[in-house]
Design a binder for this molecule. Sequence first.
Ligand SMILES: Nc1nc2c(c(=O)[nH]1)N[C@H]1C(S)=C(S)[C@@H](COP(=O)(O)O)O[C@H]1N2
Ligand SMILES: [Mo]
Length: 334
Amino acid sequence: MMKPDSIKSNEITDESEYQQRHQWRRNFLRGAILAGTAATTTMLYRRLAVPAGSIRQAAGKQTGSQPAADGAVTQPMPDYASPEGESATDYDDITGYNNFYEFSTSKEGVAPRAKNFVTRPWTVEVTGLVHKPRTFDLDELLALGVEERVYRFRCVEAWSMVIPWIGVPLSRLLSLVEPMGNAGFVAFQTLFDPQRMPNQRSSVLPWPYVEGLRLDEALHPLTLLSTGIYGKSLLPQNGAPIRLVVPWKYGFKSIKSVVKIRLVEQQPPTTWSDYAPEEYGFYSNVNPGVAHPRWSQARERRIGEWSMRNTLIFNGYADQVGSLYSNLDLRRYF
Ligand SMILES: Nc1nc2c(c(=O)[nH]1)N[C@H]1C(S)=C(S)[C@@H](COP(=O)(O)O)O[C@H]1N2
Ligand SMILES: [Mo]
């Protein structure tokens, strides 16, 4: 993310330099191209380019095999591709090039600084306008059933990745707490603990980091509470032990290290749009037609690729989520 007062023009392009430095160890993953378009959303995000016989079912409940205590599965990494055949981004890039301001404002500084962040025990409190408020221990969350989803991930800074997440659909958790009829939005909060998240002692952002979704967005089947990447538990730099993933929205909506989820009536405050409302809206749906005030959103640099590619409306998930916004002026509600 970029603060309006601390922008250097090279900040958007420093990824290419990053790629050059990391090219030597990059192993382009050979994702099998999946033919055709899946007929249903379910098929679309469940199809993985995994060699036959090595499908990893992370949900022990469903397969009869227990996941490791942290929900991770331990087979060797298969090749992954998005349903459209886009290769998953290199694991080292996903875990080495991060935005997580609680630890560092430098993308490569996050991983080393977050290295010893302790994420067990961990609980997520779900409260507010629900009939059955409940605090979930991490293991209880994992027991809801973990799925694998390969999603595009598009940062508002105009870089992108393809990430093979594992996680629990947020709707599964929300249905357990039974939202009340007047709940309209879901508010999320990151841990606030300056002892453990040292950059929270700085005022680079107001803490804790908060995010929000409309209830129908939160209930959408694509919306995930992620607990892992490439079949392994999340590392601290990616928002361990549990972070939100909303693949059709800019990356900053995907709040990390979540401890509180609250159902509310009105649109809740969100960190970046409070900080710079002209630059970062509440919705923040990926939209190549609506430029950020200081740069275009028409194209993006896929980490691991040399040339830019076109950004897709709703990050390519328009068929699944477009109807959520049929009554919304996307320029006004950016
Ligand atoms: N709590 C918290 N969540 C956060 C951020 C942050 O600084 N703090 N950065 C956001 C931004 S700008 C992006 S692009 C993604 C980056 O996720 P990744 O490092 O796992 O790729 O996390 C988002 N979630
Ligand atoms: Mo971002």
